[in-house]
Structures are given as C-alpha cells and as structure tokens.
Design a protein around this ligand. Sequence first.
Ligand SMILES: C[S@@+](CC[C@H](N)C(=O)[O-])C[C@H]1O[C@@H](n2cnc3c(N)ncnc32)[C@H](O)[C@@H]1O
Length: 252
Amino acid sequence: MSSDLETRALSRPWFYPFKLPSGATTPSYDGGWLDGIHHTRSAMLDIALRARFGNDFSQRNAVDLACHQGWFSVQLAQLGFRDVLSVDARSEHIADATLIRDTLTLPQMRLLQSDVHALDTAALGAFDVCLCLGLIYHLENPVGALRVARALTRHVCLVETQVVPNMSGMVDYGSYKFVRALQGSFGIIDEIDDTHGPEASTTGICLVPSTEALCWIMRKIGFSRVEVLPVPADGYEQLLHGKRVMVAGYVD
Ligand SMILES: C[S@@+](CC[C@H](N)C(=O)[O-])C[C@H]1O[C@@H](n2cnc3c(N)ncnc32)[C@H](O)[C@@H]1O
C-alpha cells in the first residue's frame, strides 16, 4: 500500500531512483540512464564514511551542499546520522527533497534554500561530514565554495566533481627572473544558456578544476590530508576514467 506522499512521488520523473517505503522506486530521468553515476558515488561515499567512522553514525551530523532532491542526504539519514542539513540554491529542489524526506519519514533531514556562497558558516557551525558532490564545476567561484566547505567540516569533506586535463610546467611570472610552477589548471565551461536547468550553474560561468588543482587547493585551504578515492571496478565510466573524481579532505 503506498501513501499519498508516495503516489505524488511516483507520478513524475526524478533525477534519482529513490527507493520508497512500499518497495517502489521513483522513475528517474531517461529511463534510469544516469542511475549508474548516483549508485557509484553512493558506494564510494559509503566506503569512505565507514573507513573514517566505523559503522555507528548515531552521534554524527552532516551537511550536504547542493543536495538537489536529497539523494545523498537520504543516504546519510538512513545510515543513522542524527542530523543532516541539506542545502541547495534552487527552491524546487528543496521542495522535492522535503517530499522525499516526508515520504521516507526521515525527520533528521533539515532543508535550507541557500546559495553555497551565502551560507553563514559561523552560525551553522561544524559538521562531522561535509558533502560537496556535483557542485564545484558549476561555479564561478569554486575556491570560495571550497572554503565554505572547509569551514563547515569538523572531520571529513567529500568533494566530487567533473575535472579537466591538467597543465603543468613553469611560468615566467612577470619576468624571466620570477619563475613559478603551475599547481594545476581550470577549464572554463559555458552554461550561460543552461541556467534554467535543474542540475546547472545558477550564473553560467563555470570553472572546472583539474584533479591536481583541486587537491592542491584543498590542502592550501586547510585540509591536513587530501586523497583521491578509489573507484569500484564496476563504477560509472567517468569516475573509472578519471574524468570525474571524488576527493576526501580530512581535517584530522
Ligand atoms: C549536478 S547537480 C548535483 C546534485 C547532487 N549534489 C549530486 O551530486 O547528485 C548540481 C546542484 O548544484 C546546485 N547548485 C548550483 N549552484 C549552486 C550554488 N551556487 N549554491 C548552491 N547550490 C547550487 C543545483 O541547484 C543542483 O542541485
């Protein structure tokens, strides 16, 4: 027997294949074409969290930056996190994540509509886990967003992103007498005509880091240890081939 909430959830396509209490799964975009990327990232997140915290999450809290419809927030709530703050810039995602939260009866999920850059990190405090998945390559200020993520992280921050090929080498920095090494690179992607899209940038100018740039920046802004997480052998092709990465930044 499905509830009225389930009936609502099942009546339209979602970005994610949510498993509902009756056992039914929400229909996802394009007949489930993207489900693989979500399942691979969930598996990687699960491994990273258990490696850091063991199997008891009951004393842990988390913030999910750019939560979209709440896929990873639901995962954390169902793992037993006591408090999960789910943040997204788009009101329609906050409404959808609220419907999913209520359908799944996960009162430990709190929803907040906000641009990541506008978050008051001092007021929010620190979270054991900070998720920053699928976000920074949609931003014109990815370093600023990573600083927000760092400020919100008590133990570990998971950053997952599309990456661009790296450039390395030496640069004559104002003069041949001042030579600096490149620490990584960013690529510019144009989403200016796509800002209406539910998964897209809100401003349209996107700076996509190389893996080397991302890891270097995460170290420089205060993560004491940074590692690119291994991808399961049956993982989504982009992660398997290093076109996207999930990076863990540890504070302690
Ligand atoms: C590709 S989706 C990724 C969603 C989810 N984290 C995931 O990995 O599946 C990008 C998300 O970032 C959100 N977003 C884009 N710019 C944002 C910003 N400046 N602040 C907060 N959220 C933003 C979008 O609304 C969308 O939900």
